[in-house]
Design a protein around this ligand. Structure first.
Ligand code: 13P
Length: 251
């Protein structure tokens, strides 16, 4: 069966010292707790090794926010999937809308990144979602389907089964404007049907699909109560231990 998951995406926030302190705080909050979901934090590359040394990954998973689309070599400033794995991290966010929007990531580069993530035993948290204009002109289903088909449908069923999906409507990210729980459910059910068409119902039913975009303690319970919403990918609210734990405890 699919897992419930709450994952933090810290984005470009916190110094190393602040990040280690936050990770320790979350790790401490999870000690002795039995949340009804897996809990993961995805943090800046610079923080990974230090945070890995401080947390219990049986309780708190650790991931990067991106990785390079090349294995190694003359790509100044890039961080490879094998470098990420060598820090002890086991997850990687791929295809976040901020990467697509500001760094020109395409389905083609994302296919390379996915292959390298698998090669290095990193579990991809793969992001999809439409921009406001696409929602308004009602092409959002088409857009999301295309993102999935182009980047993921070359994967074997076994590989696809390892992917965590995150539906993040771009108009809801960092705007305070959350998709309603009905809007999230409608899209998540659609995504599951797209997966079922390609890989069959069993794979679709076993895929965790997270919602992301202004998710906070006050709206998480209603979102997570929807049958096809299996958790959240949390930006802003993951930078504060109490609000992140508030979302974790919404399950
Ligand atoms: P916010 O929770 O800050 O809206 O960000 C969502 C997000 O982009 C997570 O990847």
């Amino acid at each position: 069966m699919r897992k419930n998951i709450v994952a933090g995406n810290w984005k470009m926030n916190t110094t190393l010292q602040e990040g280690v302190a936050l990770a320790k705080e979350v790790n401490e909050a999870l000690k002795g707790a039995t949340p009804k979901c897996d809990v993961i934090i995805c943090v800046p590359f610079t923080h990974l090794a230090s945070i890995n040394a401080e947390i219990d990954q049986n309780k708190l998973g650790l991931g990067a926010e991106n990785c390079a689309d090349h294995k190694s070599g003359a790509y100044t400033g890039e961080v490879s999937a094998s470098m990420v794995a060598s820090t002890g991290a086991t997850y990687v966010i791929l295809g976040h809308s901020e990467r697509r929007q500001y760094y020109g990531e395409t389905s083609e580069t994302l296919r390379e990144k996915l292959a390298l993530a698998f090669e290095n035993n990193l579990t991809p948290i793969f992001c999809i979602g439409e921009v406001l204009e696409e929602r308004e002109n009602e092409t959002h289903f088409e857009v999301v389907k295309k993102q999935i088909e182009e980047a993921l449908f070359n994967l074997s069923a076994e590989e696809f089964g390892k992917v965590i999906l995150a539906y993040e409507p771009v108009w809801a990210i960092g705007t305070g404007k959350t998709a309603t729980d009905d809007q999230a459910q409608e899209m998540h059910a659609f995504i599951r049907s797209v997966i079922a068409e390609k890989y069959g119902k069993e794979v679709a039913d076993n895929t965790s699909i997270l919602y992301g975009g202004s998710c906070k303690p006050s709206n998480a319970a209603a979102l997570f109560a929807k049958p096809d919403v299996d958790g959240g990918l949390i930006g802003g609210a993951s930078l504060d231990c109490a609000s992140f734990m508030g979302i974790v405890n919404a399950f």
